[in-house]
Write a protein that binds this ligand. Sequence first.
Ligand code: NAD
Length: 493
Amino acid sequence: MTNSNNSSVDIAGAAIPTGLFIDGTWRPGENDATFDVISPASGAFVASVADASVSDALDALGSADRAQASWGRTSGRERAEILRAAFDLIRQNRDVIAAVTTAEMGRPIEQSLGEVDYGGEFFRWFSEQAAHLSGDFGSSPRGDFDILTTKVPVGPSLLITPWNFPLAMGTRKIGAALAAGCTVVIKPAAQTPLTMALLVRLLAEAGVPAGVVNFVPTSDSAPQSEALMADSRLRKVSFTGSTGVGIRLLQQAAPNVLRSSMELGGNGPFLVFDDANLDAALDGAMLAKFRNGGQSCVAANRFIVQRAVADEFIARLVERTQALAVGDGATPGMDVGPLIDARQLARVQNLVDDAIAQGATVLTGGKSVPGNGHFFEPTVLVDVPPHADIANEEIFGPVAVVSVVDSDDEAIAAANDTPYGLAAFLYSDDVTRAFNATSRIEAGMIGVNRGLVSEVGAPFGGVKASGLGREGGKLGIEEYLETKYIALARLER
Ligand code: NAD
């Protein structure tokens, strides 16, 4: 993998653009500035990517603003056809997209293929919604005039995405925004800009008009988003990332009263009741904990297990964890890839060391793997004191923390004992008991006897410090629409 020229890099036989995309044209960053993408699996150089300056980003916003009026006026059917074409292109380029994601984040290739399938579906889903936008019609209660509502696009939107699902976190926003008739400026995570660059190329090939999709990777996010959000041409920000950055962006959104969607961090509880099917609970636990190496906002952070089944659950969890294959995800058959960078690796190690210092017992793992990659051993910890950081912060790594409880009430209280409320998981074979528990668990999404909740047709999002708004499902498009109400006088009274 080398830069074949200034503007693209060859990965898996495909030319992946390395420039900015503004007003329908690929171009270098101001002063030809670039930053490097490094493989977290090996430390090897992957590509040099254009580094957008603040003035590049403002150019991108200008382009989105100029394109907004005509894009907002296109028919729903026209937008649907373009999104559908983009979905088809994603399917045709499935292997290349997955290879690019694995090159820049080290994740097992099979899981990258899974993300392509999941991520691509958002374009199909929103293409189906784009053609069916509708308002409402009614009368005032006094009957003296009519009430018409229509849906109109919010306007130019800034989409900021994280590195952990570099395709799907983009398509979930871009699909909804384009279907609604909004133009966009996309800012990918600096660790994984190439997946998004390829997606932007495919969107252009699918027929997205110039200016509708603009792409500004940068190594310095804060000044870029500050300048964009202070500019009154921007009408919306949609962010997926950590709660700390989300809070900062909400503060920056306030002066221009920007519509804001926030998909933030989690601290997912995974409850195993004493009547759970343990085979299913173990399968769900492995998926919820170790998919993407634990680097998922909906990952299980805290396993809360009832005493009657705790010994067996823990013993089998340790056995399954020890069987995981850890290595560069470009090699088929791996289960767990590296953490994204040295900072994350140090964070996870510190959380584990701190828990051990406070009395936690390591049943397996517990250390980083020597070498150039940022690998951490799949780990199971028990006896973690409730106040330890690892029980309260999002781990974002392959570390399972298991605690034992004596009742449903204790399990639910522990589940809710966090400022976060994104995903929760619950295993019980008693539907009534499980359903009662779901009504008391504070989370935007609850998997009952399932270790995975992400689904194109379902509303994804959190409560409490985990965010504002929903993505995907029927609600996702609403984040990009305003309701306009027209009071229509009757000619004859
Ligand atoms: P992050 O907050 O560090 O970065 C997310 C994005 O914001 C990146 O593009 C980054 O470059 C950008 N960014 C960083 N600082 C910024 C600033 N000051 N101003 C503007 N942009 C800035 O998060 P991350 O480490 O990339 O991703 C992991 C986090 O994302 C976790 O907390 C995870 O839970 C969360 N996440 C949430 C969801 C969800 O849907 N709720 C999905 C995936 C990830």
